[in-house]
Structures are given as structure tokens and as C-alpha cells.
Design a binder for this molecule. Structure first.
Ligand SMILES: Nc1nc2c(ncn2[C@@H]2O[C@H](COP(=O)(O)OP(=O)(O)OP(=O)(O)O)[C@@H](O)[C@H]2O)c(=O)[nH]1
Ligand SMILES: [Mg+2]
Length: 362
């Protein structure tokens, strides 16, 4: 079996690439499962994989390294229930130090089992460019420390969303990355293009057959923890109830437009605001990441129904309760403007705690 761990910063495109890769593998008659991971427990990504009919289980309440036993348990459960050829494990977007705390310990306990493990790290090429050139980014130095550590430990670094840059700037990013990390496998990718995802899969296949040496990182856990704790985690659900069946899209568009405006107004570094929207029979995942002004609009289809349900996962560099206030206030205001009743439930707003890996192998 192949276990492909997919790391990388919030909103870099991990879920998108994994979902596309699962489709390709299924069409090749391979059985595939996914393990999602997050600090919270009400996860947009898990519902997204469920909606795509991809077998997914989640390791919730902390990163893989702190929930290492749960990761092994979920891998075994998937192995028993679907007997997969391939499992993708998507690490939470603010986790690093995966080689020392997850991959090496797993290779150690599974030394008698035929499981190959790879590590891909995704990076939005635009943020990567800012970081590698020393330009200002939407995030503080603490958060960018964690970001840099993710990049540093990648077995395969994917500079993703290449389609959002000119070909020249994309190539320049690739050259810069290769200059900084001459021994790393690095690729430029547009994960919305299935052929480019297929070629990532080919690389994963090759790496599974001939494992690359992964090096444990030197990492300052105080800085790493400070980077995590600078981020606010908000998971919550809203239900908007209209008087009769109507198109709920305008309400959703107004809500995210107003959130985007607030984020800019308060200069909030948005890692990823993701929503799973559902009205009638229509479901849609909508993402807003740093620097995305418009693309989320295309992700909201017409949604006819009397009720719009929204599962919200927001990760941003801000105070958790203020982030919660901001999201709720905007929801209340659009509900009023669109003459809907609004109810909120299952809310958790917090900062990720100090990472305490179960094992760490140098
Ligand atoms: N243009 C473009 N958009 C992309 C690409 N890959 C992903 N996206 C978009 O980026 C947004 C975030 O993608 P996700 O796959 O959810 O990102 P993620 O890394 O799983 O995010 P977290 O799980 O929150 O860490 C979505 O709107 C995707 O459609 C790409 O190659 N090009
Ligand atoms: Mg994801």
C-alpha cells in the first residue's frame, strides 16, 4: 500500500489535488481512501470528500504528530474496511515537522509491513514568491517561520496554482526554489488541470518504488508553537431560513463579499476561509484564501431552497473571538437584508495549542 502524506500551508490546494488524484486512481481501478486532519472537528474537507463519494475518515482535534496513534488507528481502519491501494493523508495546514514526528516513527513501527510513505508539500506559488524574495506577506514572521519549515522538509515540493501567475513568473519561482533547495524534487502545478495532477501521481508512484531520504528538521518548537498560536481557528455552522423557496446564492455572495471586505479593512491575513454550502439538492465548497479577490464567486452555483446551511472553517491570523464576532455579525446582517431567519450552532473558536508530538525521531 502507498501512504501519501500531503502537507503545506492553509489554502495551498491540498484537498483539490487529492480529490482529483482520487478520481484518476479510481478510473485506473485502484481503491483509494483519504484521511483528513485538523485542529477542529467539524471539517469542510471531510464533507467535501464525502460529497465526492471518496472514502474519508478524519483525525480531528490536533495535528497528525500529536494524534499519531489516531492516525495509525485510522490507517488500519481504512485498510480493514476498503483495502486501499493508496491512502492520501492531508495534514492540517498549520503543521510542520512531519518527517521527524510522523513519517520516521511510522516507518519504524511498520518496518515489517509493505507500506511506502511519501511526503508532498503544497505551496501557493504567489505566497511562496513573496516568502522566498523576502517581500512582505499577509502573515507575521512567526507564521512564516512555520511556513518555511513546511517547505524545508518537503520530499516533493509542489508550487501550486501556477495558472494564477504569468508563465515567466512561474518559471522564476521554480528557479528560485531550485536554487535554494538544489536536492529537492520540485514541480510547478495547476491542480485544476487533471493532466498536471496525473503527472504528480506519476511522481508519487516513482517515489513509492524508490523512497527518497527524508531529513528530520532542526526546528525551534517555541517559534513553531508561536506561529500556530498566532492563527485563529473558527469552526461554526449557520442555517438561514427564507420564507419560501428561493435562490440562496445572492445571500451567500453578499456574506462572503462582506467578510472579504472586513478582512481587508482590518488587514487580516486569511489562511483559508472555507464553507460547505447546501440548499435543496445543491452543495458547494467555497474557498477564500489570501490574495483571492474573485475566484470564490465562481464556486457558488445557483442554490434553490428554503434553507441555506453553511459549515464554516475559518483560519486567519487574528483573535479567535473577534474572528467569530466578525463572521457572525456579517451573517446576521445578510440574513436581515435577505429577510431570512438565522441560527448558529456547533461553534468552536480557539488558537491551536502547543504542539506536543508523541514521538520525534532525528
Ligand atoms: N487557480 C487555482 N486554484 C487552485 C489550485 N489548487 C487549488 N485551488 C483553489 O484554492 C482554494 C483552496 O484549495 P484547497 O484544496 O481547499 O486548499 P487546502 O490546501 O486543502 O486548504 P486547507 O485544507 O484549508 O489547508 C480552492 O478555491 C481551490 O479551488 C490551482 O492549482 N489553481
Ligand atoms: Mg484541505
Amino acid at each position: 500500500m502507498q501512504l501519501h502524506i500531503v502537507g503545506g500551508f492553509l489554502g495551498s490546494g491540498k484537498t483539490t489535488a487529492i480529490a482529483a488524484a482520487c478520481k484518476t486512481l479510481s478510473s485506473r481501478k485502484k481503491t483509494v481512501g483519504v484521511i483528513t486532519n485538523d485542529q477542529g472537528k467539524y471539517l469542510v474537507d471531510t464533507s467535501f470528500f464525502d460529497n465526492q463519494k471518496i472514502s474519508a475518515v478524519q483525525v480531528a482535534g490536533g495535528c497528525f504528530s500529536c494524534n499519531y496513534d489516531d492516525l495509525m488507528e485510522k490507517t488500519d481502519r481504512l485498510s480493514r474496511t476498503i483495502q486501499p491501494d493508496v491512502i492520501f493523508a492531508e495534514a492540517a495546514g498549520a503543521s510542520a515537522d512531519i518527517v521527524a514526528t510522523v513519517i520516521k516513527p511510522l516507518r519504524d513501527v511498520w518496518k515489517d509491513r509493505e507500506i511506502s510513505i511519501t511526503l508532498s508539500v503544497f505551496a501557493d506559488t504567489r505566497l511562496f514568491n513573496q516568502w522566498i524574495s523576502g517581500d512582505e506577506t499577509p502573515f507575521s514572521q512567526k507564521v512564516m517561520y512555520l511556513y518555511g519549515k513546511q517547505i524545508e522538509e518537503a520530499g516533493l515540493l509542489i508550487l501550486n496554482k501556477r495558472d494564477l501567475l504569468s508563465p515567466g513568473r512561474g518559471r522564476l519561482a521554480l528557479d528560485d526554489a531550485r536554487g535554494r533547495y538544489p536536492r529537492k524534487n520540485i514541480r510547478l502545478q495547476n491542480s485544476l488541470d487533471i493532466l498536471q495532477v496525473d503527472s504528480w501521481l506519476d511522481e508519487l508512484e516513482a517515489m513509492s518504488n524508490k523512497p527518497v531520504d527524508l531529513l528530520s528538521l532542526p526546528i525551534d518548537y517555541n517559534w513553531y508553537a508561536a506561529g500556530k498560536a498566532a492563527l485563529a481557528w473558527l469552526d461554526t455552522s449557520f442555517e438561514f431560513q427564507a420564507e419560501g423557496t428561493t435562490d440562496m446564492r445572492p445571500l451567500a455572495v453578499d456574506w462572503i463579499t462582506s467578510l472579504d471586505r472586513e478582512f481587508r479593512l482590518h488587514s487580516i491575513g486569511v489562511g483559508h476561509l472555507k464553507l460547505m454550502l447546501q440548499a435543496g439538492k445543491t452543495e458547494a465548497k467555497v474557498s477564500l484564501t489570501a490574495g483571492d479577490a474573485v475566484s470564490w464567486r465562481r464556486q457558488i452555483p445557483d442554490m434553490r431552497g428554503k434553507t441555506l446551511r453553511a459549515l464554516v472553517n475559518a483560519r486567519a491570523e487574528y483573535d479567535p473571538s473577534q474572528l467569530h464576532d466578525l463572521v457572525t455579525k456579517a451573517a446576521r446582517s445578510v440574513a436581515e437584508n435577505h429577510q431570512c431567519q438565522m441560527e448558529e450552532k456547533d461553534t468552536e473558536a480557539f488558537r491551536p495549542g502547543f504542539p506536543k508530538p508523541k514521538r520525534r525521531m532525528m
